[in-house]
Write a protein that binds this ligand. Structure first.
Ligand SMILES: C[S@@+](CC[C@H](N)C(=O)[O-])C[C@H]1O[C@@H](n2cnc3c(N)ncnc32)[C@H](O)[C@@H]1O
Length: 212
């Protein structure tokens, strides 16, 4: 089984690149939620309407639905969304799985919680600005954003961009959001050693406590 970064193929750069990952075993596609998000969701921190951005095959959106939240997952990969919908049917869970490029997306509703597992860290500087604009349009007052990304503590430069606490803080502060939590966490992978990750929780202005 491969267990080193050297066996990681080229960094995906576009939704089309990601689609091809889902033809085989994508290294991030665990077939279950990341442990850090499983405990966060089960502890009730992501209440209200829930969006899993760059949801892949949907494990976090599916868990949110299992916990009773109105859950939406969006991904640009048609293959990933097809797999996510199949899981929802098999598990008899009600999740709205949408195939869309979120950098060019205006959803009809606003969300109380946004979960981002491995989406933001793949964005270019330009696309981070585009995502900031999209997020302003889809976040409800007091929306909470839960993000797991590769951290600058992760060695090498293969795979996604590494993020520092400061650049994450700058990005959220630019939006006018407050960082309520940041900590080093494991980013689990298939066929690779776990990556050094950063968990960030940020909150939009407008409401101090999460919705019921
Ligand atoms: C590293 S994968 C993580 C997938 C999933 N969150 C997980 O943890 O298994 C990043 C995902 O973001 C999606 N993605 C990247 N750019 C996107 C965009 N502009 N719009 C929607 N999805 C995008 C990719 O298709 C891919 O499924």
């Amino acid at each position: 089984m491969p267990n080193s970064e050297s066996q990681h193929v080229a960094r995906p750069r576009s939704p089309q690149d990601f689609d091809s990952y889902y033809e085989s075993q994508a290294p991030w596609d665990l077939g279950r939620p990341q442990k850090v998000f499983e405990s966060l969701l089960r502890s009730g921190q992501a209440a209200g309407s829930f969006l899993d951005v760059g949801c892949g095959t949907g494990e976090h959106a599916l868990l949110a639905a299992e916990l009773g939240h109105a859950s939406t997952g969006v991904d640009a990969s048609a293959r990933a969304i097809e797999m996510a919908r199949q899981k929802a049917r098999t598990r008899q869970l009600d999740v709205s799985f949408l195939c869309a490029d979120v950098l060019n997306w205006s959803p009809a509703q606003r969300f109380d919680a946004v979960l981002d597992c491995g989406f933001f860290h793949g964005l270019t500087d330009h696309d981070r600005q585009v995502w900031a604009e999209t997020l302003k349009g889809l976040a409800a007052d007091g929306c909470r954003y839960f993000m797991l990304a590769f951290s600058s503590d992760h060695p090498g430069d293969l795979g996604p961009r590494r993020l520092t606490v400061n650049e994450i803080a700058d990005w959220f502060h630019g939006l006018g959001w407050t960082i309520t939590h940041t900590s080093p966490r494991t980013y689990e992978r298939i066929g690779h050693l776990p990556a050094a990750g950063i968990l960030t929780i940020a909150q939009a202005p407008g409401r101090s406590s999460p919705p019921e």
